[in-house]
Design a protein around this ligand. Structure first.
Ligand code: ADP
Ligand code: ZN
Length: 609
């Protein structure tokens, strides 16, 4: 019965881990807490019970954009869902109330404020099947998205003792978890924690890149992802703007999103992204929670995030549909220094420093990155993942004693009064104000490392930091200090092993700036990569265009018509009848009837040629 409902409404033939157990538990009207990573498949855990139970499920959601997305998605599966919120005009809301009273609505999305306002009115008049509290971590002051309104949801358990409550979140830490259970006053709750592994996300870190190199590799990266949506997270508002401008110059449609913009501007950016009117969003961390776009294909971190939690949540926005998602993190000494300063200046110094340390360890790791991530979330993985840069390209080492000695000697000769940039200038024999003013050009080390490019020095310094040869004195202008271990290498009592630096990206063809020819253009899109064996990328492209047309006609995002995964499956199995079309994963009864003819027409025509 449950499986049949899953196929007929959502088009899926099987459950993901824990989904079925969670659904059974809710059907037996018991309180439940669900922890699953972003993209893990939380929604179905309450949507399916809502369909199987009598009455209306009330879903509390913190953001109007999330409600909108969910409601459109459900309606596109032939399910009657509504959202009661402050954006609707009063007539619309009155109609929705009326429909609810008639018992026609299966799922009602509502903001926490509205819910409280209605708890003695509408909610008393209708039959409620369950309460689902989405993004439940918003209840906790310890979390990053605290919403004071969420704390008042405790009234639900008192006012509706017989209605089961299910709380769902992707934030797994213990304090938040306990907060949710307590504040919602859950009765004998059972907590389900699914694995936080997202094997479809490819993890990659690049160290010590300078600005120009970053841009070059970002352009090359985006070129490999022609037509595919992605997010670039930056540390500052200025950076998002500068970067967006550079991408636009190269012909890449880009939007900006940060807290300094007006609400209208931010909504516009979000809407453009969701509806594929822009390919890329350059954003600060403020962007993301409000979107459920399932076909974000890649995420880049232009700067180091401040914790593994933030990092994981942000990369989690790629590949929600389960298809490959590419992630890339740039890691530089400058970012580390800046973040360390923020941490030192913050209220929760110790915690924030520790979080940054863990992030740093991840970025510098030379063991499987996924093992580190999962370990951070309290899971152990028995094997290497094969889908991270370390697994694909295990580090090779060499005797780097002389290199380390040169750097340490530079630090020693400047009496540990030099930062990383100054040191690199010194080693490379560059002429800078600091060098000349301080007479560093007279030192013996001046120019001793000329044979090594500045970017490689950056990398070696990071390695030295990681190996514990140097420290950064954050409270002393970020000057470098030599540690005990470093002294041993400097005085020849110990050898130093470094990792060979590999630069993966060849510089792409430069755009000829003079005649303003962008080096990248959307006018000649490359064909998408096939995801499955036997898939026809040209057919995929044709189906993608049909999807876009159908989406525009209904003014909904393309991924709500059919997911990327379903499109790839169609381009692989190439069904020519509506019946066969309906067999494909992700296509339920409603979509079969609604879209079957259009898509099979295109497939038949394609086969005929
Ligand atoms: P979350 O809310 O946990 O971030 P969603 O509920 O949005 O994740 O689900 C992510 C994606 O996975 C959606 O595209 C959803 O349709 C899909 N999905 C969920 N459950 C299944 C399943 N059992 N089989 C196939 N796809 C699924
Ligand atoms: Zn790995």
């Amino acid at each position: 019965m449950i499986l049949k409902t899953l196929k007929s409404y959502f088009g899926y033939t099987g459950f993901r881990p824990l989904q079925e157990e969670i659904i059974q538990r809710i059907l037996s009207k018991k309180d439940t807490l669900v922890l699953m990573p972003t993209g893990g498949g939380k929604s179905i855990c309450y949507q399916l019970p809502a369909l199987l139970m009598e009455g209306t499920a009330i879903v509390v959601s913190p953001l109007i954009s999330l409600m909108k997305d969910q409601v459109e998605s459900l309606q596109n599966n032939g399910i009657i869902a509504r959202a009661l919120n402050s954006v609707n005009d009063e007539t619309t809301n009155a109609n929705i109330r009326f429909e609810c009273r008639q018992g026609r609505v299966k799922l009602l999305y509502i903001s926490p404020e509205r819910l409280l306002a209605e708890s003695n009115f509408l909610l008393k008049d209708i039959r409620i099947s369950l309460f689902a509290i989405d993004e439940a971590h918003c209840i906790s002051q310890w979390g990053h998205d605290f919403r004071p309104e969420y704390t008042q949801l405790s009234v639900l358990r008192d006012q509706f003792p017989a209605v089961p409550i299910v709380a769902l979140t992707a934030t797994a830490d213990k304090i938040t978890r306990q907060d949710i259970l307590q504040q919602l006053k859950m009765k004998d709750p059972q907590t389900f924690i699914s694995s936080f592994d997202r094997p479809n996300l490819n993890l990659e870190v690049r160290r010590g890149y300078q600005q120009k190199e970053k841009i070059r590799s970002i352009l090359a990266f985006i070129r490999r992802h022609a037509n595919e949506s992605g997010i670039i997270y930056c540390m500052s508002r200025n950076k998002t703007e500068a970067l967006a401008e550079q991408l636009e110059e190269e012909g890449i449609c880009t939007a900006i999103y940060h807290a300094g913009l007006s609400t209208a501007q931010r909504e516009q950016a979000q809407d453009d992204f969701i509806n594929d009117r822009v390919q890329v969003v350059c954003a600060t961390i403020a962007f993301g929670m409000g979107i459920d776009k399932s076909n974000v294909r890649w995420v880049i971190h232009y700067n180091l995030p401040k914790s593994i939690e933030s990092y994981y949540q942000e990369i989690g926005r790629a590949g929600r549909d389960g298809l490959p998602g590419d992630t890339l993190l740039f890691y530089s000494l400058g970012d580390l220094v800046l973040l360390a300063k923020f941490a030192a200046d913050s209220n929760q110094q110790e915690i924030n420093k520790e979080k940054l340390n863990r992030m740093q360890q991840y970025a510098e790791a030379d063991i499987c990155r996924r093992r580190i991530l999962l370990n951070y979330f309290g899971e152990t993985m028995e094997h290497d993942c094969g889908n991270c840069d370390v697994c694909r390209n295990p580090p090779q080492r060499f005797d780097g004693t002389i290199i380390v000695q040169k750097a340490l000697s530079g630090i020693a000769r400047t009496h540990e009064q030099i930062g990383s940039h100054g040191l690199i200038d010194l080693l490379r024999g560059s002429v800078s104000q600091e060098i000349v003013e301080r007479g560093y050009d007279k030192l013996k080390t001046y120019g001793a490392g000329r044979d090594i490019p500045a970017k490689d020095w950056q990398d070696y310094l990071l390695q030295m930091l990681n190996l514990g040869y140097i420290e950064i004195a954050y409270n002393e202008n970020n000057h470098l200090k030599i540690t005990e271990a470093g002294r041993k290498v400097l005085f020849g009592q110990a050898a130093a092993t470094l990792v060979i630096i590999k630069r993966e990206e060849k510089a792409p063809r430069r755009g000829q700036k003079k005649d303003r020819q962008p080096s990248y253009t959307l006018l000649q899109p490359e064909l998408p990569l096939a995801v499955f064996d036997n898939e026809d990328p040209r057919l995929f492209e044709a189906l993608r265009q049909l999807r876009k047309k159908l989406a525009d006609q209904q003014a909904i995002p393309a991924y709500l018509v059919l997911s990327d995964k379903t499109l790839h499956l169609l381009a692989t199995s190439r069904p020519t009848t509506v019946e066969a079309f309906g067999e494909v994963s992700g296509i339920g009864e409603y979509k079969k009837e609604k879209y079957g003819k259009d898509f099979t027409d295109v497939i038949r025509r394609f086969k005929g040629t």
